[in-house]
Design a protein around this ligand. Structure first.
Ligand code: ATP
Length: 926
């Protein structure tokens, strides 16, 4: 009986279109490869892949893909328009990564119920129970936990031979299933599934179930599948999240992604550089025997395309600036000069480089700090654009991106004859060691340049890639190379958000001194970052009694500010000094000093400094002149200051010296006062709270301990109060316990060795970490000790940075809804909907009412799980247009007509009714 019932379904064939090979494309019927591929063949391949060891499995898949591509080529000969993308299959092989189809909302339990119904299984019968309890070992020794496998065995005796569906059919049914789920139409979903399942063999059904459950269990992961398709597929998917794009762009297996992106006169996304700390530069130099060091120009990234007399200039973001620079030898501010420098035989090219500003008067480049926009230069001025070319992507019809850099740059020599102030080749040197790189960085610092670029000669040109063999090295990436500025707080500003009602930003000043005494304080910079809430609160508490309201229009006595005025001010003698780190000193009329600091952040609040110790205006001017505004004039040395120093200084008079922190304390006359630290060896790495390293070492000695300059196997712990390079390197190595110096001083003060708490740990060895974890939770809260006000404060400040919210996608949320509510959640009515709200911008009363009404609906929409989009893009599913304002309705409709994936255009009542009914209403009624 069951069998007959099954057969009737099997042969009704309502769904299976035998000649579905033509699909519609803009009204014209075109061939589609997916309609030529039998679903059963794909399942057969999956079956073979699953049964084979990994390497063989990959070979099987590669072979299948090759055959697929060949079939595609054949179809193309029949119809040039034929759709031959691998996408219809790839989305079935890696269903979890298919972002175009939304969730099906079907889990094992729902499938079990459908099978029980369509197979007419007795509800309490063995097979029905096996399906429902597929996780139980009773489901079958090898199949338990695998619903598809359990179903396969139950279906084995009940199915026909299938073989009727094509890949296109299956994709259409799955699309319909997802749509019906989104439309909250469980009956429609049921019909769709029944139709699919009843027309397939048991093997087809097994794989279909896996596709629906989005767990293929192929034994080859998605990366293996991507790689079998194309070596760049995984990388492209990572940046695009779009399987269809992966299949279209990488259809040709012999074309690498970077070649695919190269077309003359279309901007190529430039290759980027990874940040590199000079102290860790060896890690970036492992690939090749030598590396190039290039000047890091301080201009704007530009690409120049040329073919048969026509030039195009594209900025980093792909904007066309040809109008300014000139499309041919007769127009623009650069092309008339540049075109003269082209060598004979050059027919076409794409070059990459930096557009700089050349000052004919001083015969040198101007820097970005001079605030001259290279895109607004006019012809006939003493300032002109000069292009510094460092790479070539395309030459006389040949794509070069796949060639290593060392070969690419050879083409540059036969391309352009350099000309001062017009076009130059970037200076390039060869280096082999870290010390050589340091030398070049120091030279760049001396020459007041931003930094250097290190390039792997073997690197191919990868558009938009930041991890492909180019490294930017700037002094600011290395702690200790920057000059810091100690400025005094003279004013305050109230914050907003979390900092509402408290003074969170400060106006800082430099002193004007006479005979070493500050006479006046001149405003210098406004700063509002770098400190934690806890540190800020402590500072505010200290300053609280001294703030005064500013009277409009006048500066307080002894203080001068200009355009940038604070809300409250403080007398310098009651104020504190902030240690500021910034990248540059730049000219500014907003501050009395005439300069300000670029990207300022508070490094430390210097309670240990007197208010009179702040930087003076003349010191600031000296800094400005020393490095042309750049706040780094110090040189880089190797990390171990005792070990190596740069071999040869080129232009600098700086010699590596042993800093005072590297000299040991002289304890020859010190007496031992206690045995508290007896048998323990310490390594002190930084000053603390006004105490020098030597002072701390003396205290260790006086309490019976030993100290060393470099930690070794017998070192009890490293003591530090700041994360300088050495501390950072020991912290990272996890070889030693690195503890805050405060712990030692507190122990000495309380005459007993206090236990280490998370509050005074900078970094510990894995063993110590295990011990600490037995006593404290991840936030550093003790399981046994009572909290004090202080440690609670500290804890809360850490909490903010430690609590990480696990992000889940809307699709995962939709799946969770299904699991938790056995269907869509009443609180997630709009889950998976992305709506654009057409809010009118006019100012009349009617528009105001519509705006308010839509804004309220928008809140409801978001509250119930929808996502609001600010424009109609690929992801948009709905456009909400108010029933009283149709100004843009026609425009939206037109846009919709042109889209492949249509959106629902609904009025505000759709949202209202959905919320009232707690379900998604049919959009067609709105
Ligand atoms: P990024 O470009 O890396 O996103 P960014 O725009 O902040 O960062 P920087 O970090 O200062 O710029 O440095 C990278 C930029 O340096 C490149 O984008 C490029 O414009 C410029 N540059 C200058 N000289 C070179 C060079 N020789 N090779 C490559 N890039 C260079």
């Amino acid at each position: 009986m069951q069998y007959c019932y099954w057969k009737t379904f099997l042969y009704c064939d309502t769904l299976i279109c035998q000649e579905p090979f033509l699909s519609s494309n803009f009204g014209k019927m075109v061939l589609n490869i997916a309609s030529k591929i039998k679903f059963c063949d794909l399942c057969e391949v999956c079956e073979n892949i699953q049964k084979s060891p990994k390497e063989k499995a990959c070979l099987i898949l590669r072979k299948y893909i090759t055959e697929y591509r060949k079939l595609g080529e054949r179809l193309k000969t029949e119809d040039q328009q034929a759709e031959i993308s691998f996408y219809p299959v790839l989305r079935l092989l890696v269903p979890k990564f298919d972002r175009e189809r939304s969730a099906y909302g079907v889990k094992e339990h729902a499938l079990a119920k459908i099978y029980i119904r369509i197979l007419c299984l007795p509800k309490d019968g063995m097979d029905a129970l096996k399906l429902l309890n597929f996780r139980s070992p009773k489901a079958g020794v090898n199949q338990a936990g695998d619903f598809a496998e359990v179903a396969y065995f139950i279906l084995k005796t009940r199915c026909g031979e299938g073989k009727k569906f094509t890949v296109e059919d299956v994709n259409s049914c799955l699309d319909a299933l997802a749509q019906k789920h989104a439309a909250h139409d469980p009956r429609g979903m049921d019909d769709e599934l029944t139709r699919l399942l009843t027309g397939m063999s048991e093997m087809e059904q097994k794989w279909l179930i896996r596709m629906i459950l989005k767990d293929m269990k192929l034994g080859v992961g998605h990366i293996g599948i991507f790689n079998a398709f194309h070596p760049d597929a995984s990388a492209l998917y990572d940046v695009s999240n779009d399987l269809s794009k992966v299949c279209t762009l990488l259809h040709n297996p012999n074309k690498r992604l970077h070649e695919v992106e190269i077309t003359i006169f279309s901007p190529v996304r430039p290759m980027l550089s990874e940040q590199c700390d000079i102290q860790k530069v060896e890690n970036c130099m492992k690939n090749s025997a030598f590396y190039y060091i290039e000047t890091k120009h301080d201009g704007e990234r530009f690409q120049i395309h040329f073919m048969t007399g026509t030039f195009k200039y594209f900025s980093r973001n792909g904007f066309d600036y040809t109008d300014i620079y000139g499309s041919n030898a007769m127009t623009g501010v650069l092309t008339p000069l540049l075109s003269k420098q082209l060598q004979p035989g050059v027919k076409s090219f794409i070059i990459d480089g930096e557009m700089m500003v050349w000052d004919k008067n001083i015969v040198a480049f101007r820097s970005k700090g001079d605030n001259i926009d290279v895109k607004s230069l006019k012809g006939g001025s003493y300032l002109q654009p000069c292009y510094c070319v460092f790479d070539i992507l395309f030459y006389n019809g040949e794509v070069l991106t796949n060639k290593p850099l060392c070969e690419r740059i050879k083409y540059l020599n036969s391309l352009i004859t350099p000309s001062e102030g017009v076009v130059l080749q970037t200076e390039r040197n060869i280096v082999k060691t870290k010390d050589e790189v340091i030398e070049h960085l120091n030279e760049a610092i001396d020459n007041k340049l931003e930094g250097i670029i290190l390039k792997d000669p073997e690197s191919v040109y990868k558009p938009n890639s930041r991890k492909a063999g180019w490294f930017k090295i700037k002094p600011e990436y290395t702690g200790g190379l920057m000059d810091q500025v100690d400025a005094i707080i003279i004013g305050g500003y109230y914050g907003d958000g979390r900092r509402r009602g408290i003074i969170s930003h400060f106006l800082l000043a430099a002193a004007v001194s006479k005979d070493g005494e500050p006479e006046e304080f001149h405003s210098l910079v406004r700063v509002g970052s770098g400190y934690t809430m806890a540190k800020l609160e402590e500072l505010i508490q200290k300053m609280k009694p001294h703030w005064r309201k500013c009277s409009p229009g006048e500066c307080p006595p002894g203080i001068i500010w200009t355009k940038e005025k604070p809300e409250v001010w403080i007398e310098p003698k009651n104020s504190y000094i902030l240690q500021i780190k910034a990248t540059e000193i730049v000219e500014s009329s907003s501050f009395k000093v005439g300069y300000t600091l670029r990207f300022p952040r508070v490094e430390e609040i210097r309670y240990d400094k007197k208010w009179t110790d702040c930087i003076t205006v003349s010191e600031l001017t000296d800094l400005w002149q020393r490095a042309s505004g750049k706040l780094y004039s110090r040189h880089a040395y190797s990390i171990d200051p005792e070990a190596s120093s740069p071999k040869k200084k080129r232009t600098s008079s700086h010699q590596p010296q042993l800093g005072k922190q590297f000299c040991s304390a002289d304890v020859s006359t010190a007496t031992i006062k206690s045995a508290l630290l007896e048998g323990k060896e310490f390594c002190v790495m930084s000053d603390y709270n006004g105490m020098t390293v030597q002072h701390i070492e003396t205290q260790i000695h006086e309490n019976g301990g030993k100290f060393v300059k470099n930690p070794g196997p017998s070192t009890f712990c490293v003591l530090a109060a700041e994360k300088n390079i050495r501390v950072q390197s020991h912290s990272n190595s996890k070889q030693y316990n690195v503890i805050h110096t405060e712990w030692l001083l507190n122990s000495i003060a309380s005459h007993k060795l206090l236990p280490w708490t998370p509050q005074n740990i900078i970094s510990v060895t894995p063993e110590t970490e295990r011990e600490i974890m037995l006593q404290y939770d991840v936030f550093g809260d003790s399981y046994t000790e009572m909290s004090t006000k202080e440690n609670l404060k500290e804890l809360l400040s850490k909490l903010e940075s430690k609590v990480s919210v696990q992000k889940i996608s809307v699709h995962e949320m939709a799946d969770m809804d299904i699991e938790l509510f056995s269907g869509p959640s009443p609180m997630g009515i709009f889950r998976l909907c992305i709506a654009y709200f057409d809010i009118p911008s006019e100012d009349d009363f009617e528009a105001f009412c519509v705006r308010k009404s839509l804004e309220l609906q928008k809140l409801d929409f978001e509250y119930y799980g929808g996502i609001v989009s600010t424009m109609i893009d690929d992801g948009t599913t709905h456009a909400v247009v108010h029933s009283r304002c149709h100004t843009r309705l026609e425009e939206i409709k037109l846009l919709n007509r042109e889209r492949r994936k249509k959106i629902h255009i609904v009025n505000e009542n759709w949202i209202k009714d959905c919320v009232d009914q707690r379900r998604q209403m049919d959009e067609r009624n709105y």
